[in-house]
Design a protein around this ligand. Sequence first.
Ligand SMILES: [Zn+2]
Ligand SMILES: [Zn+2]
Length: 388
Amino acid sequence: MYSPAGVKTAASHPIPDVMKAWVLGDPGQLTLQDKPVPVPKKAEVLVRIDAVAICATDLEIIYHGPPASIQGGLPFNKGFTPGHEYMGMVVALGPGVDEYQIGQRVTVEIHAGCGQCKRCRAGMYTSCHNYGLNYGDVDKGHRANGFTTDGGFCEYQVNNINTLVAIPDTMSDEEATLVVTAGTAMYGLTELGGLVAGESVVVTGPGPIGLLGVAVAKALGANPVILTGTRDNRLAIGLALGADYAVNVRQEDAVEAVRRLNGGRGVDYVVECSGAPNAVNEAIRMVNRGGKVCLAAFPHEETPVDVAHIVRNNIYLYGIRGEGKSATHRAEAFMSQKRFDATKIHTHTFALEDLPTAIRYAKDRVEDAIKVVVKARGVPAAQRVAAE
Ligand SMILES: [Zn+2]
Ligand SMILES: [Zn+2]
C-alpha cells in the first residue's frame, strides 16, 4: 500500500501504489496504462481525481503538441498524461502541509509557478519565468499540470497547495471542473481593469471561456454585455448566462452591431475568445478611444493588425495566459454563491475509460457538445450520460 516517507495518509482514504492513466504516444494516440501513483513533495498534496473536463487546449496538445512542453520539447512518446481541468479529493499531504485536510473536496487551477521569479512574486504565476523548469535535472518547483507535468486524465495527481480551490458540497463534480474556465475569464477581466460595474463589455466567440466570460462580466456588474459568434445555439446559452445582447456575425456586421447596441459608441472592454483571423482588427474597432482589448484565444496563424488605429485611439491590448492572480478563487466565489450557472455549458459525461469517445465528442462537437467531462468513478463505461 501507498505510504511514502514524509507523506501523511489516512486509513479512511486508502491509496493504491498503481493507478490507471491515459498516456500520449504519437499525435492523437492515447492508451490506458498503469502508472505509479505520484508522491507529493513539500507544499503539495495528492488529489484523487473525480472529474476532468476536456478543454480545446487538450485537443491542441494531443493532436499537435504545443502549448505543452515536456522536457523542453513536444509531448509525444514521453509517457505524458494530458488533462488539466480536474477536481477531486485531497487524499495525502506532502511534508509541511496543514492548509488542507484529507477528505476535503477541491478543484484545481493549472499553474503552480516557481514562486521565486519576478512574475510569480507579482501574482503572474501563469507567466512564470521558470516555465517548464520543473522536476528533473533543474528543479524550480514549477508545475503546469497537463502542460509541463503530468495532468488529470488519470486517477491521482500531485498539486501544489497554491493551485487548490476548496469547493462546497453543494457544488457538483461537473460544475467544479468549470471553475478554472470561469477563472480564466475572470483573469481576463482582472487584467482589463477588474471591477467593471456599469461598463460595457463585448465578448467575441461563444466557446467555454467566452460563455463564462459573459457570466463573469455580468456578475461583476458590466452593462451592457454583448456576445458575438456564429452559432445560434451557443449564442442562446450566452443569453441564458446573462448576455444583454447576442449578435450572429453571419447575419450582421459585428462592429456595426456593437455600436448600435451601445448607443452608437464603442464599448469599454472587449474580451476576444474567438481566435478568428480578423478578430483583433474587429475588436479594436469595437472599443471606444482608450478602450481595452483582452486576447484570450490562441489563433493558429499570424495576421496583420492595424497598429495605427491602436495608436491613434490609445487602445490597450492585453494577452492573457491561463488563470493568474488567484482568479479561480474569485470565480469559485461567484459560482458557490450561484451568481451564474456554469453547468449550462456542460453537455456530456463519460467514464474515464471512454476518454477517446469523449474527446471525439469534444473535437467534432457531436450533439452540439460544449464541455465534455470524464469521471473516474460512478459512470459505467461505454455509457454516455447526457447533461440535463
Ligand atoms: Zn483549459
Ligand atoms: Zn516563477
